[in-house]
Design a protein around this ligand. Structure first.
Ligand SMILES: [Zn+2]
Ligand SMILES: [Zn+2]
Length: 143
């Protein structure tokens, strides 16, 4: 069950700890871009001795190895995402949902032409998500 995550850590020559495995599993199963607090409170249910600092430090190590990426789309708060190729993000200003947008960055090729190695591309889109728009419409009809 954890084999996939064990292999990820092995591939990056990072020490395998149960906390790191749990964090990877959580991010892999929840593509909601959670913050440290959400990850911490969720994992704490299963591991009562877990500390917030450990979660934070583990995330930093995973980030350094580019297994996990952090987003600042919602302001100062960091939101975490398991790295699954380059993708952009959409933030709903109404419900706060952060959604993955899988489109290629048109500037990418131009950057690569310059001979640089791009390791991270962040496109932040903000607006009102589909769900919230549907709710808005429903309210207008009913009210
Ligand atoms: Zn929304
Ligand atoms: Zn994402």
């Amino acid at each position: 069950m954890y084999e996939k995550y064990v292999n990820i850590l092995k591939d990056h020559s990072i020490k395998i700890t149960s906390q790191r495995l749990e964090i990877l599993k959580y991010l892999d199963e929840h593509h909601t871009h959670p913050n440290v607090e959400e990850i911490y409170s969720e994992l704490k249910k299963k591991h009562p001795s877990l500390s917030r600092t450990t979660v934070y430090n583990s995330l930093e190590i995973l980030k350094k190895n580019r297994i996990v990426q952090s987003l600042t789309i919602s302001g100062s708060e960091l939101r975490y995402d398991i790295e699954e190729g380059l993708h952009h993000h959409f933030l709903c200003k109404k419900c706060g949902a952060i959604l993955d947008i899988s489109i290629a960055c048109p500037n990418m090729d131009r950057t690569l032409d310059g001979g640089h190695r791009v390791e991270e591309v962040q496109g932040y889109f903000k607006g009102i998500c589909k769900n919230c728009q549907t709710k808005e419409k429903g309210r207008r009809i009913n009210g």
